[in-house]
Write a protein that binds this ligand. Structure first.
Ligand code: SF4
Length: 151
């Protein structure tokens, strides 16, 4: 949350606002995201208004066209789907938590490849898929470090 945000108003439109000491944040995945759209767009938090992903920045700068951006978005969504699929194959029960959190929870337990070779192989694929997803997010969506694109 930014100082200009009203946590009470954001909670009233359905966002899951959490507090700890003086920190206030919005639980992710966002409760307002439905079918890839923001359902509270006009009332969205300040940080959401200020965020510009690299695809939008490059599009505005004329470096790519909309088709390029849509392909990159679709590719990255496929990578996220692969991570979800491999989490499920690993026996992780989808609990609505952010993918990184699900991945961290699952991989906090080790697998003995001698005892469970198939599961160990799935784990390897999962770790590779997660690396690829994070690389794509960093390269194509998150603002480059130090650019100050997000307030
Ligand atoms: S723009 Fe903000 S409020 Fe809207 S869905 Fe995304 S994270 Fe949620």
């Amino acid at each position: 949350m930014q100082p200009e945000d009203s946590p009470a108003e954001l909670a009233a439109i359905g966002l899951r606002i959490r507090h700890r000491d003086s920190d206030v944040w919005m639980e992710q995945p966002c409760a307002a995201l439905k079918r890839l759209c923001c359902t509270v767009y006009e009332q969205r938090p300040v940080r959401c208004r200020k965020f510009q992903c690299q695809q939008l920045t490059r599009l505005a700068a004329g470096e790519i066209d909309e088709g390029d951006a849509l392909v990159r978005i679709a590719d990255t969504r496929r990578l996220a789907d692969r991570v979800r699929h491999l989490l499920a194959q690993s026996g992780y029960r989808e609990d609505g938590a952010p993918l990184q959190e699900q991945f961290d929870r699952l991989t906090s337990t080790r697998i003995d490849p001698e005892l469970e070779p198939e599961l160990a192989e799935i784990r390897q694929h999962l770790e590779a898929a997660m690396r690829e997803l994070k690389l794509s997010l960093a390269r194509n969506f998150l603002p480059p470090p130090g650019t100050g694109s997000v307030a």
